[in-house]
Design a protein around this ligand. Structure first.
Ligand SMILES: [Zn+2]
Length: 223
């Protein structure tokens, strides 16, 4: 499947996001409380896993107009990949048969912006070792963006945010054997997406597996 939007799970998310940005809501999320007992008795079967930022303007179920039991959401500032986050993703895809992993970044991300600021002026110490660790996970995306755009450019935050989404999607594939095997079997796709926090619109990016394949092919051609 080459076109991201052809994937049934991604199509469902795109349609839900269209409803959200049009001010519409499906009835299911509003009636979610009625499904709680059924889901508790029969178990969950979320159709997609979403790794996204903790930002309060990125409420996943709302922006995709999905209900209880539909999405397995992993949230961390800067939508970075670290062992416990990867374990959460693996737990979901291994147990619930979710057919898509979406890495959802967003515009004006504070975590990406803080990393840019720290890259510009590393003499300013970060307030805690935990924040140092988080910034360290975003920094490689800043360095990738810097290879194509000057860090002082007004659009740099946008470029770095896209790099950070791309990097997390690639890391999930590179670091998780479980994910790679499911992708190879055609049971799972890993996709990046960007939420515009001003409009609520989500744009899906190219399938991460295809991106890696394209890169390998390009490297092969140029070698
Ligand atoms: Zn953020």
């Amino acid at each position: 499947m080459n076109n991201t939007s052809d994937h049934p799970a991604i199509r469902r998310l795109i349609e839900g996001n269209r409803r959200f940005t049009s001010g519409l809501r499906s009835v299911e999320p509003m009636m979610a409380h009625l499904r709680m007992a059924e889901l508790a008795a029969n178990g969950q079967k979320p159709f997609a896993v979403v790794l996204t930022c903790s930002d309060s303007r990125s409420p996943v179920e709302l922006i995709f107009d999905q209900g209880l039991g539909d999405l397995f959401v992993v949230r961390v500032a800067g939508n970075v990949v670290a062992p416990s986050l990867l374990a959460s993703i693996e737990f979901a895809v291994a147990n619930f048969g979710s057919s898509a992993i979406v890495v959802l970044g967003h515009t004006l991300c504070g975590a990406v912006n803080a990393t840019i600021k720290h890259s510009i002026d590393p003499s300013q110490p970060l307030p805690s070792p935990h924040l140092e660790e988080l910034v360290g996970r975003i920094r490689p995306a800043i360095e990738s963006a810097e290879r194509e755009h000057p860090i002082s450019h007004p659009g740099f935050l946008h470029h770095a945010t896209l790099e950070n989404i791309d990097r997390s999607a690639r890391l999930i594939l590179e670091q998780s054997r479980i994910v790679r095997e499911l992708v190879a079997q055609g049971k799972l796709t890993v996709v990046g997406a960007l939420l515009d926090i001003a409009s609520g619109r989500v744009d899906f990016l190219q399938d991460a597996h295809n991106q890696i394949q394209n890169r390998k092919e390009t490297a092969h051609v140029s070698a």
